[in-house]
Design a protein around this ligand. Structure first.
Ligand code: FPP
Length: 254
């Protein structure tokens, strides 16, 4: 997989107005429906979704997004049929086996967010190895949310804070943020969900408090580079007030 941009893409880069979201989080939804529409098994949708993920990682680098967080398997996805759960585990393993060397070469730092406990031990080991191998990379941080749930993350953060003996008066929004899986990273600026569903589904529920949201009917396997660019362009038009008034923002920018 090549992540480097090619020159033919430069022309439509120009209208990204400098307001590129630093951190983009994506709920990659619609693989099953993509397959069903074609009379194919759900597995075919997940395979196509995986192919698309390769392209979107490349596009994220091209568009100078610094952090990409993808929702690959939620704590609720354990409720899916056993075969589908096994397939998603296999896909994670396959993605690491096939893509790690090239992702590493292209400067992508892979991180896992979620619980490793519960994931097949062979796959979990590969996840840890992939994170270690790429830890020095700085071009793009790719957070793979696998066996991830936002509420679960907050529970773990609180448990860890209590274990560390943090006093109640030292519990703050900042200290909670620091104890999440994304503790050292800025919050997502933009959350994208494909396939026409309008919900967060327990994804980055703390971190996305002030994120811009972008929902599209396009199913994940069809959400290509152009669709991604459209989401970034839409983001560039949004005014982020963070609770302030327009007048305050104008004064600040003078
Ligand atoms: C949601 O679509 C998608 C998932 C639960 C899995 C997302 C996985 C990939 C895109 C493949 C890449 C995976 C890894 C592990 C890197 P859905 O199956 O819920 O679709 P539906 O709502 O149309 O049924």
């Amino acid at each position: 997989m090549k992540i480097l941009t090619d020159n033919s893409m430069e022309s439509d880069m120009e209208d990204l107005t400098g307001r590129v979201p630093r951190h983009v989080a994506i709920i990659m939804d619609g693989n099953g429906r993509w397959a069903k529409k074609r009379g194919l098994p759900r597995a075919a949708g997940h395979r196509q979704g995986t192919e698309n993920l390769r392209k979107i990682i490349r596009a994220a680098v091209e568009f100078d997004v610094k952090i990409l967080t993808i929702y690959a398997f939620s704590t609720e996805n354990w409720n899916r049929p056993r075969r589908e759960v096994q397939l998603l585990m296999r896909i994670l393993e396959m993605v690491i086996d096939r893509e790690l060397a090239e992702l590493n070469q292209e400067g992508v730092q892979i991180r896992h967010i979620g619980e490793l406990d519960g994931i097949d031990s062979r796959v979990a080991k590969k996840v840890v190895q992939a994170c270690e191998t790429t830890a020095h990379n700085t071009r793009l941080i790719l957070n793979v949310a696998f066996n991830y749930g936002g509420r679960d993350e907050i529970v773990h953060a609180v448990q860890n804070m209590m274990r560390e003996g943090i006093a109640p008066e030292d519990v703050s929004e900042e200290s909670i943020s620091q104890h999440l899986y994304t503790g050292d990273l800025p919050d997502p600026d933009l959350v994208i969900r494909t396939s026409g569903e309008f919900r967060l589904s327990n994804f980055l529920i703390w971190q996305s408090a002030y994120a811009e949201h972008y929902y599209t009917d396009v199913l994940w396997p069809d959400f290509d580079r152009i669709c991604f660019k459209a989401a970034l362009d839409e983001f560039a038009t949004r005014t982020r007030r963070f609770g302030k008034t327009d007048e305050q923002l104008e004064t600040e920018s003078e």
